[in-house]
Write a protein that binds this ligand. Sequence first.
Ligand code: GDP
Ligand code: ZN
Length: 335
Amino acid sequence: MAKRRLNERQRERIHAIQERRRKKLEQHAELALSDVSENTPREGRVITRHGQNLVISDDTEHYIHCLSRQNIGQVVCGDRVVWQATDDGQGVVTAVLPRETALIRPNFSGEARALAANISQIVIVLAPEPMPSQYLVDQYLVAAEQIGVTTLIALNKRDLMDDAAIEAFDRQFGHYETIGYPVIKISAKFEHGLDPLIERLNQQTSILVGQSGVGKSSLIMALLPDIEIQIGRLSEASGLGCHTTSATTLYDLPSGGHLIDSPGVRSFRLGALTPDAVAQGFIEFGDFLGHCKFSNCSHQQEPGCALKEAVEEGKIHPQRLSNFLHMVQGLTTTH
Ligand code: GDP
Ligand code: ZN
């Protein structure tokens, strides 16, 4: 069926229908709240959220539509929660379990808001086009280290690169592998080289990040061949009609593991940081920080700088040190 744009009135009508459904569901759950005390509390994971409406998966991977109690704070995709079934086959989320990690982003009024919870891995997607930037990679790595997740780099559009292009890429990005960040070369378009990536996604809750145009949506499609089915199940479970892909959603990977996706998550960037957090984000600096001759060393011109010596001895890549200095300088000039 051909897609067509909805006009203003149709949109309003759909919105009104969804609003009515939502109200009805809420009333339902409020009524049911009094009964839940008799049902055993169980654990689940938040798949997606629309306002107070949550779709959670239980330990048997069933989707259940739940409402969250007002007083339990913000609940986001990926959260582990305690819920109780209501008599109408739905449920009420009564508590959010402590988060292992949270992806935080300030909202338009500057308050920190969680975008997603309990992610364990970030996949930085690069491509020959748009041109990859070591500085952007380092920013993502600092953010990842601060959140406390593992990171890997996926070079997409391998099919567009000849041997010389691969060699040039390895010269520029090969040092990340030495530092401890795996670099996997793939083609989302031709579904080539995906197995090592799929293997690393297993047992993890991952997100894809990277510049627009590197192929993140193509990679999502390649990794989730059944995404339409999953979205259909979600729409059915939520009772709210169509599930929008702009809502942050946790998908099941066929070979194990989960991917959390939404446009907001994909374009996640480094937030406000302290110079210390930046330093901790450059993990290979750990052995050298604090060993400079001067305790207030700026790691630029001073004699006896442990970081500069490490660069000279080939223990720190020169580009990492210059990106580090640039990043710290950015902090001091903007604050
Ligand atoms: P996103 O903005 O990161 O989500 O990128 P898209 O998935 O929309 O991809 C941007 C463009 O790159 C599209 O024209 C894709 O068809 C193309 N593309 C994605 N992956 C590959 C790939 O592996 N090889 C080639 N040649 N093109 C790709
Ligand atoms: Zn120094």
